[in-house]
Design a protein around this ligand. Structure first.
Ligand SMILES: [Zn+2]
Ligand SMILES: [Zn+2]
Length: 88
């Protein structure tokens, strides 16, 4: 089965030729994942599917939205930790 190994090596060295690039037709930037292109295109369309219930701020990406929500959830553990060092 050494022939398979050689084929694998050859395939590995040329795999990138078969990676489909997703190109934005508005600014010509290319992305290796369709998801990345989708997220990027929201920048052009202004689509912001994630909106904060508390302050109404909108986000294009869920990760940014999640980070933002921490300021409302009252999770001030880090701040208390920092300020609490000198207490006691
Ligand atoms: Zn674009
Ligand atoms: Zn908010």
């Amino acid at each position: 089965m050494s022939g398979n190994k050689i084929n694998d090596l050859a395939g590995y060295s040329t795999w990138w030729r078969y990676v489909k690039l997703y190109r934005c037709n508005l600014c010509n930037r290319s992305f290796n994942q369709n998801l990345n292109l989708t997220l990027h295109r929201r920048m052009h369309t202004g689509e912001r599917p994630y909106s904060c219930d508390v302050c109404g701020w909108t986000f294009t990406q869920k990760s940014n939205f999640t980070v933002h929500q921490r300021i409302h959830t009252g999770n001030r553990f880090e701040d208390e930790n920092r300020g609490g060092v000198n207490i006691c």
